[in-house]
Design a protein around this ligand. Structure first.
Ligand code: ZN
Length: 409
């Protein structure tokens, strides 16, 4: 598929109308790389067409960010300046729609001292967190992607036209084609996901059992009353439905932290901290990862599982059928927005308190008491083998087929 002006226009419209679902009179904050200025302008125009009152753009640059970390000292970088804080206060007041155009080079921060990077992020995060919390769940937002030269080359090393190849893949995964109406295609897609989530919620499974010929033999207990979620969210301030991730294929929930047994075999490599872990499996006992085996990245995987107390426990289980367009693309995107939408996965680390009834209002400690995992990491890995079977176990012990051969039973 050749990437034409017309296709990009369709994509920009989809991000604004279906993703953020910008409403007349709303303000928009758009975050995009300077390399993507032309597409950012398209998105801006679509926002105004949708009736936005103002589109404010925050420009980013991988190259400049890297230079800041190379040359400026930790203390200077950690400081949040008064005007930056004022900007956050304004955002809390305005609750703008936020649109993020993701195009980051997966290797942008290679060679930067990881201690410095995380110290700066933690220090800035501490100041920004109260403002982020005040906006959380009260505004529409969406993350969508645009290839950058470096990201495309990482996905297609040695290819002559990597950017075109990545564009082609991205447009497929977000259901934009020459002859369709993507807004309509997304309506059908999100209706399907909502229907499946409603089915799971109505069943009220107490656990899931996974089996595959690759060695996966695993069961995990679910939190009674916790919801399966997927596709979109509703902004409670104005009742507007929006889709935070494009693409999105998953239906997910948080299991009981510390209640799982057995072995999960990964079916795709995992990129963590810009390094690859390949052909690996993790064995759980009493809800904790007790051992792991990787053909490549063994030490890294062990380090990951020991990051903190919660890093060895699960925070997410997600169901994605193997027909997912991300899976059909057949390559690693090095970007969670895509890679976690390829097939069924679980995540080690932080869980989602939002899946609990009234979860938005719970403190993390209260959510933990109800079974949600807490950790500084949240790392997804793919277990959706082509022959994967998943049974849902009802509270009375009856097994109900949920997945067969990697897709909905
Ligand atoms: Zn997920």
């Amino acid at each position: 598929m050749k990437v034409t002006e017309e296709l990009l226009q369709k994509y920009a419209r989809l991000i604004v109308r279906t993703g953020a679902n910008v409403q007349p009179g709303q303000k928009v904050q758009l975050v995009a790389s300077v390399e993507q200025h032309a597409f950012a302008a398209m998105v801006t125009e679509e926002c105004y067409r949708a009736g936005a009152s103002l589109v404010q753009i925050d420009w980013t640059s991988d190259a400049a960010s890297r230079l800041h970390y190379l040359y400026a000292d930790q203390e200077t970088l950690s400081e949040v300046l008064p005007w930056q804080e004022e900007k956050m206060k304004q955002a809390v007041k305005d609750l703008p729609c936020r649109i993020f155009i993701e195009s980051e080079d997966p290797d942008a921060m290679n060679g930067i001292d990881p201690e410095k990077l995380s110290a700066v992020m933690q220090a800035r995060g501490r100041v920004m967190k109260p403002y982020r919390n005040a906006m959380e769940g009260k505004h529409q937002w969406v993350i969508a992607a645009h290839p950058s030269e470096k990201w495309a080359r990482k996905c297609f090393p040695g290819a002559e036209n990597p950017v075109e190849l990545l564009w082609d893949a991205i447009l497929k995964t977000v259901r934009v084609t020459e002859d369709n109406d993507p807004v309509q295609a997304w309506k059908e897609h999100t209706d399907f996901i909502s229907e499946k989530a409603a089915w799971l919620n109505a069943r009220g499974f107490s656990s899931l059992r996974y089996r595959s010929a690759n060695g996966t033999d695993f069961s995990v207990e679910l939190i009674p009353g916790a919801k399966w979620e997927g596709a979109g969210s509703v902004n409670p301030v104005n009742g507007v439905f929006y889709i935070p991730n494009m693409p999105t294929e998953e239906i997910f929930t948080s299991p009981i932290a510390g209640k799982c047994e057995g072995t999960l075999v990964a079916v795709k490599p995992l990129s963590w901290n810009s390094q690859l872990i390949e052909d690996f499996s993790i064995r759980f006992e009493g809800g904790r990862a007790v051992s792991c085996q990787a053909r490549r990245g063994q030490e890294l995987l062990e380090k990951m599982i020991r990051m903190d107390e919660g890093a060895a426990r699960l925070g997410e289980v997600a169901l994605v059928p193997r027909e997912s367009p991300v899976n059909q693309c057949g390559f690693l995107f090095y970007e969670t927005l895509f890679d976690e939408n390829a097939c069924c996965h679980v995540a080690l680390g932080m869980g989602f308190k939002e899946v609990l009834p009234g979860g938005d209002d719970l403190t993390m400690a209260e959510a933990q008491e109800k079974g949600i995992n807490d950790s500084i990491i949240h790392v997804d890995f793919m277990v959706g083998a082509d022959d994967l079977s998943i049974d849902g176990i009802l509270p009375d012990g009856t097994a109900v087929p949920v997945f067969r051969n990697g897709t909905w039973a």
